[in-house]
Design a binder for this molecule. Structure first.
Ligand code: MF3
Ligand code: CO
Ligand code: CO
Length: 279
């Protein structure tokens, strides 16, 4: 496989798919409270995609070589689940943290994004992990510009997360995305600056760090469902995901919506365009 560079039409397709994926999370937000099951969240999302958006889930039936087809329309990873948690009939309870990861397909283009949700009141430790992981994702995003390298992104995320006393999962990474769900390149969330592929305009990829409160080691979940991954030490794990376009001058986040949390204050904002004289 190789990296695909999106032209103007492809970029527009990715903008639409990205926004729709984010809007599924907006729609789900008020429902994510103590007592709801992850299967109910899955059903709400599936209905919203198919009946309101005219999109389809990219995860339902997704089965790369070596995997059984994924059975649900999104992933829900609770507490020490790292990623790819499969929705089930267990109600969420006060104090849980849950990652909801949504990937839609619209007009052949994929939109992939995830957020953390706090279920009722959560411990300070859980809230801090979710917050720091969000900031870690943005430390990676703000490195994106033509001429930068993938290693710059990973290094920024790793340095920030480890400075806070957390660890970065190594076995799963961000990915190129477009008309395929998982394309080249792999986007590692750790690494050395100035290494790996150079970023070029038209690339679209995700940045989706998984950060553990304890050690970085992971294992298959006890369900043995072929998908769910947990921390080996059972410490909490958090993840956020945005889909990014490399532009001529920097980056565009393709998975923003009305309900996206604010961009952290440390992220440089593009200078406002100077008003023309007499305008
Ligand atoms: N959405 C996940 C990602 O960010 C992949 C989920 S694949 C599934 O890459 F089959 F587990 F749903
Ligand atoms: Co992804
Ligand atoms: Co995802």
């Amino acid at each position: 496989m190789s990296i695909t560079y999106k032209d103007a039409a492809g970029i527009e397709g990715m903008r639409i798919a990205g926004r729709l994926a984010a809007e599924v999370l907006d729609y789900l937000t008020p429902f994510i409270k103590p007592g709801i099951t992850t299967n109910e969240i899955d059903r709400l999302a599936s209905d919203y995609m198919t009946q309101v958006q005219g999109s389809i889930s990219a995860t339902l039936g997704y089965g790369p070589p070596g995997y059984v087809p994924y059975p649900k329309s999104l992933c829900t990873s609770v507490n020490h689940q790292v990623c790819h948690g499969i929705p089930n009939d267990k109600p969420l309870k006060k104090g849980d943290i849950v990652n909801v990861d949504v990937t839609v397909i619209k007009d052949g283009w994929h939109g992939d994004t995830s957020r953390m949700f706090l279920v009722g009141d959560c411990s300070i430790a859980a809230k801090r992990l979710c917050h720091v992981t969000y900031e870690a994702m943005w430390h990676g995003i703000m490195r994106v510009r033509p001429g930068a390298r993938l290693g710059d992104i990973g290094h920024a995320i790793q340095t920030f997360a480890e400075k806070q006393g957390y660890s970065v999962v190594r076995e799963f990474c961000g990915h190129g995305i477009g008309q395929k769900f998982h394309e080249d390149p792999q986007v590692l969330h750790y690494g050395r600056p100035g290494t790996l592929d150079e970023l070029k305009p038209g690339m679209t990829f995700t940045i989706e760090p998984m950060i553990n409160l304890g050690k970085r080691d992971i294992k298959d979940g006890p369900e043995k469902d072929g998908w769910s991954i947990v921390t080996r030490d059972h410490s909490l794990s958090a993840q956020w995901e945005h889909m990014i376009l490399v532009t001529e001058t920097g980056y565009e986040v393709l998975t923003l919506s009305a309900g996206s949390p604010p961009v952290p204050a440390f992220v440089p904002q593009p200078a406002p365009v100077q008003a023309t004289a007499n305008a």
